[in-house]
Design a protein around this ligand. Structure first.
Ligand code: AMP
Ligand code: MG
Length: 360
């Protein structure tokens, strides 16, 4: 047993590879879940920190290990579609079609909860968020556990979400007994959260886009909080949106405009900050990397394929954080998967954005 700085039980965190050791991780993980303990596991979005989703005491350990505010609800993860029946008190009209089209996958659906779901999961809300992950290891863990697994992302609260087992170990090593290592996550941003209470509304954007949902069920609203900071006194539709999120220790500034304008402004900001003695790094793209020759930069992906930027954003923030105290990041249009990218990036930046199409 290792020691922690706080009053939590301390663990010698074990990491089991889902690839090399096949079933070993999910067998051991299911035993821990059934015993009311926590297990970090891979999903196609980000790594999750799971507990028995029907056991309030076990779920409370998630909040303690992450340092998560208790009013931020968790997502119930199921291994098969029929499992939603005991978690929801009624099936919203559009739910069946959405589940048949996008499950298993990165879409979380919010509907009125049943009495079986503990208040610890929903933070006292009358609704519960449910998703069926695509990742086979995640589904095997849930199926072997025999219960839905309540899980948020497996990071320390406020830090960028983990997309590798190493990220989980960096944040939660010594605080949880087991991490199942399934390699890097496919999407790299958390699931789309769609509320089916009232008009269908996206509370958090992800790889399943507004456009994809609207093509199937008609009009889908996008919560205002997705690209805007919460105003004082405002009540969050999705409680997670009100917290400082995804933030590295470094300051993050987002620069928005055409690729050329963006690169020009970022270079000017870089020179200024360097002259002040700051260590700066640029979150660059394939289209703009040539502008940054001789400056410290990391290419995240392709501006025209926002899913590539999503896939590397969180690990890039963690990596640049070890070298820089200022990160200058390129903004992209908030359309399709670009909406999920800008939602996470703006939160990491505390909504600090510069419009490069205007004079400085
Ligand atoms: P995480 O996966 O760590 O980002 O945490 C789960 C996210 O789902 C949080 O941002 C919550 O705000 C959101 N969420 C979970 N349950 C609900 C719910 N019943 N209503 C609205 N949002 C929810
Ligand atoms: Mg999270």
């Amino acid at each position: 047993m290792k020691s922690n700085n706080d009053d939590l039980p301390a663990f010698d965190t074990e990491v089991i590879s889902a690839v090399r050791q096949d079933e070993a991780g999910t067998i051991q993980g299911a035993k821990l879940i059934q015993a009311g303990e926590l297990v970090a596991f891979p999903t196609e979005t980000v790594y999750g920190l799971g507990a028995d989703g029907l056991n309030g005491e076990a779920v409370a350990k998630i909040f303690a290990a992450k340092g998560r505010p208790s009013d931020n609800p968790l997502i119930e993860h199921v291994a098969k579609k029929s499992d939603v029946r005991r978690l929801w008190s009624r099936m919203p009209r559009q739910a069946r079609l959405l589940m048949d089209t996008f499950w298993p996958g990165p879409l979380t659906l919010v509907a009125p909860k049943s009495d079986l779901v503990p208040d610890e999961v929903t933070a006292g809300l009358s609704t519960v968020a449910v998703r069926m992950p695509q990742n086979k290891t995640a589904r095997a863990l849930i199926a072997k556990s025999g219960v839905p697994i309540a899980a948020p992302s497996a990071n320390r609260s406020g830090r960028p979400s983990p997309t590798t087992a190493q990220h989980v170990l960096d944040d939660l090593g010594g605080r949880i007994p087991l991490i199942i290592d399934g390699g890097p996550c496919k999407y790299g941003v958390e699931s789309t959260v769609l509320s089916l209470v009232g008009e269908p509304t996206i509370l958090r954007p992800g790889a399943i886009t507004r456009e994809m949902l609207a093509a199937l069920i008609g009009e889908v609203r996008v919560s205002e909080s997705i690209l805007n900071p919460m105003k004082a006194g405002e009540v969050a539709a999705s409680p997670g949106m009100k917290y400082q999120h995804y933030a590295p220790n470094a300051d993050v500034v987002v620069v928005q405009g055409s690729p050329e304008q963006t690169a020009k402004r970022i270079n000017a900001l870089y020179r200024e900050a360097e002259a002040e003695g700051r260590s700066v790094e640029i979150a660059a793209t394939e289209q703009t990397k040539a502008f940054y020759r001789g400056k410290r930069h990391l290419v995240l992906g392709d501006r025209n394929e926002p899913e590539t930027l999503c896939a590397s954003l969180f690990s890039a923030l963690r990596e640049m954080d070890t070298r820089a105290d200022l990160i200058l990041a390129e903004g992209i249009p908030a359309e399709d998967e670009g909406l999920a990218y800008m939602n996470r990036l703006l939160r990491a930046a505390g909504f600090h954005m510069i419009d490069a199409s205007k004079e400085s």
